[in-house]
Design a protein around this ligand. Sequence first.
Ligand SMILES: Nc1ncnc2c1ncn2[C@@H]1O[C@H](COP(=O)(O)OP(=O)(O)OP(=O)(O)O)[C@@H](O)[C@H]1O
Length: 281
Amino acid sequence: MSRCTFICLYLFPSTKRAKGVNGLLEVKNVSGGYRGKKTVNNISFTVGKGEFVGLIGPNGSGKTTLLKIISNLIPKQTGQISLCSQELETYSAKELAKKIAVLPQNNELGFSYTVKQVVALGRTPYKKTLFDNWSTDDETIVLDAMKQTNIYTFANKDYLELSGGERQRVLLARALAQQPQLLLLDEPANHLDIKHQIHLFSTIKKFTENEKSVLAVFHDINMASLYCDRIIVINQGQFVKEMKADEELDVDCLSSVFEIPFTKHKHPQIPREIVTFHPLI
Ligand SMILES: Nc1ncnc2c1ncn2[C@@H]1O[C@H](COP(=O)(O)OP(=O)(O)OP(=O)(O)O)[C@@H](O)[C@H]1O
């Protein structure tokens, strides 16, 4: 434990211990990738209950691959992953879908559904069959997810006729309607203008109340610093460092990983740090 972490734990015991003590997700020495290659190699970290953890790293460093392994889309080659203290591979697909919802990088859907129908797909893990009854609870959950993501006004529009940013919000609503314990988000701010980015991250932050957790890939270091509890840095498939976002950002680490000299500054309104860079390199 660093001296700074020790002092914070000592000074703010209740707030610092509230999150992350009980690991919801535990990733231990995990490797995996494509065609036998270790695209991610020997990575370990935890995501605690109620934590919002950001995953950052350069293009091709393995962020999406790691999310795919955690969501059981591709098998791990080594290591252990447990969710709610249970090995990931012991979950049935349906049980896992009640625990983990994924917002993928790509928002293409190969069928023509209305926005509300797409969000309603989030209720599938709770249905015995495809034609199982639609309850008033399902209706309330779907409407609530649409309100939270500000898509209520175009609920009856065809998904395929939406802009990239609108689609992103619909898929987040579908993930919220799934009522998971853990949200895995791959570049959730893709396609979103700044107002909708702030709205989306505030919605995600709110999701972490009631001990629900988020692991999200970020390209924008400042957005990660402003919204996350903790930031995990990976490079070339390997764990590099984790930092608490409300303590000091390790700008030397970030500069070395992204090969850009960053300078850090205190945010003028909230106790967080942000980085800037020279526009010419
Ligand atoms: N389906 C695939 N088959 C083979 N190799 C893949 C596949 N998907 C990704 N890769 C390779 O795995 C490596 C890691 O890719 P990944 O998408 O996990 O990186 P990333 O950190 O998410 O990148 P980005 O920031 O560009 O989205 C890259 O070298 C990529 O070419």
